[in-house]
Design a protein around this ligand. Structure first.
Ligand SMILES: [Fe+2]
Length: 372
C-alpha cells in the first residue's frame, strides 16, 4: 500500500510541492499547465501538444489543487482544469540511474543468444536492457555468414549506411583505407568521431579468428571518466570543455566533426566519450589551452589503457559484440596471419533506433504484466 500523497501550494500559486513515493518534488505551475494530459492540451492520438506553450501567461497560477487516491486535479488561473495520474509525475528514475559501470573485475560478461532475441520479444528486451546497463553485450549463435547479423538488426532499426556501405569487412587487406584493416593493434577508441551524428552502436560479428592475437579489449569510458574526475578534477574539467576535431579523408569523402573527449549532459552527468588517436586533429588553440589539454588527455589515456579498467575477450566464429559507441572504448591486440584468417564484419545502428526499440518493448512488457 503506497503512503498517501500530500500536496502544498505556495503562497502565489506558482509552485506545487508534491510528496509521494517517499520523495518530495516541486512542480512549476506553467510546467503542469503545458504538460496537462487532456485532449484540449494534447492530441489524443499522437500525444503531441495542441496549444502554443510559449503563449501561456508567464504569471499563470494554480488556483486549486486536490489529490485523491492516485490522481492530482488542478485548476489554473487561465480557467483550464486537468488531472494527472501520480505515476506520470513520479515516473522512471532519471536517465543514467540504470547504468552499471564496470572495470577489469567485471565477473560475468553480459550475454545474449541470437536466435532467442530474434524469435522472442522478452529475450530481445533483455538484450537491449543489458546493453543499456553495461554498454555492451556479447551475442552468441550468430549465423557464420557474411551478413549474419542483418536479421537481428532488422528487428531493431535501420542499419546505418556510411560511405563504406552497410555491413563492412574488418580484416587485414593490402592498401587499407583505414588502420582497422591492418594487422596493427588498435588503441582503445570510439569509432568514427568525424561523423555527425557519430554512429551510436557498433555491431561486430566474427566469421573467423584463427590468427595469432587479435583479442578484443573493452573499457567502460564512463568509469574511466569518473576515475579521472576523482583523480584529477582539473583534467576532467578540461576534457569536458575543450572540443577536439576529428577528420577522415579519402578520394571521395571528407568528413569532419568535433566535440569534447568527455561530454556532459545538461544536468552535468557524463553523457558521451570520444577518443580516436588516428583521426584526431585538434585546432591550434592558444598554448595555455593546448598544454592543459595535452596533460589532461595523457591522464585520460593512461586510464583507458590501464589493465585495471580493461576487459579482454576473444571472439569466436558466430560471436558478436554490440557496443555503445558513446560509452565504450574498444581496441584489439595486434595479430599475425601466419596462424590463420581473422575476418570480422561490422555494422552500425543509430542510438534513437536502439532506444526506441527498447522503450517500445518495455512499454509492451509492462502493459502485458498489468493485464495478467
Ligand atoms: Fe573500432
Amino acid at each position: 500500500m503506497p503512503t498517501p500523497a500530500d500536496i502544498a501550494l505556495n503562497a502565489d500559486g506558482r509552485r506545487l510541492t508534491l510528496r509521494a513515493r517517499g520523495v518530495e518534488r516541486d512542480f512549476a505551475a506553467l510546467w503542469l499547465r503545458e504538460r496537462a494530459p487532456d485532449t484540449k492540451t494534447l492530441d489524443a492520438l499522437t500525444g503531441q501538444r495542441l496549444i502554443e506553450a510559449a503563449e501561456l501567461p508567464l504569471d499563470l497560477t494554480i488556483e486549486h489543487a486536490a489529490i485523491e487516491q492516485e490522481t492530482l486535479t488542478l485548476s489554473f488561473s487561465d480557467g483550464h482544469r486537468t488531472a494527472f495520474a501520480l505515476d506520470a509525475l513520479f515516473g522512471r528514475a532519471d536517465a543514467g540511474d540504470d547504468l552499471s559501470l564496470w572495470d577489469a573485475t567485471l565477473s560475468e560478461l553480459p550475454r545474449a543468444d541470437f536466435s532467442a532475441a530474434l524469435d522472442d520479444d522478452d529475450a530481445l528486451l533483455a538484450l537491449l536492457e543489458s546493453l543499456r546497463r553495461h554498454g555492451f553485450v556479447k551475442v552468441s549463435g550468430v549465423p557464420i555468414e557474411e551478413d549474419g547479423m542483418q536479421a537481428l538488426i532488422d528487428r531493431i532499426g535501420p542499419l546505418r549506411m556510411t560511405n563504406w556501405g552497410g555491413i563492412a569487412d574488418v580484416k587485414s587487406v593490402a592498401h587499407a583505407y583505414d588502420l582497422t584493416m591492418t594487422q596493427r593493434g588498435l588503441e582503445p577508441h570510439t569509432d568514427n568521431p568525424y561523423r555527425d551524428p557519430i554512429p551510436g552502436y557498433i555491431w561486430l560479428h566474427c566469421l573467423s579468428n584463427a590468427a595469432e592475437g587479435g583479442d578484443s579489449t573493452l573499457v567502460d569510458g564512463f568509469m574511466a571518466a569518473r576515475r579521472l574526475k576523482a583523480e584529477n578534477p582539473d583534467a576532467f574539467d578540461c576534457l569536458t570543455r575543450v572540443a577536439s576535431q576529428f577528420r577522415y579523408v579519402d578520394d571521395s569523402t571528407h568528413l569532419e566533426s568535433e566535440g569534447p573527449l568527455i561530454e556532459l549532459d545538461s544536468a552535468g552527468r557524463i553523457n558521451r566519450v570520444r577518443y580516436n588517436n588516428r583521426t584526431e586533429r585538434i585546432d591550434a588553440y592558444d598554448t595555455d589551452t593546448l598544454e592543459r589539454y595535452y596533460r589532461a588527455r595523457r591522464h585520460f589515456y593512461a586510464l583507458i589503457t590501464d589493465e585495471a579498467l580493461t576487459v579482454h575477450l576473444k571472439l569466436e566464429p558466430g560471436d558478436m559484440l554490440i557496443m555503445d559507441n558513446y560509452r565504450l572504448f574498444h581496441g584489439r591486440t595486434a595479430f599475425a596471419l601466419d596462424g590463420g584468417v581473422r575476418h570480422l564484419r561490422q555494422g552500425y545502428v543509430d542510438r534513437d533506433s536502439m532506444a526506441s526499440r527498447r522503450l517500445v518493448l518495455r512499454q509492451r512488457a509492462s502493459q502485458s504484466e498489468a493485464c495478467t
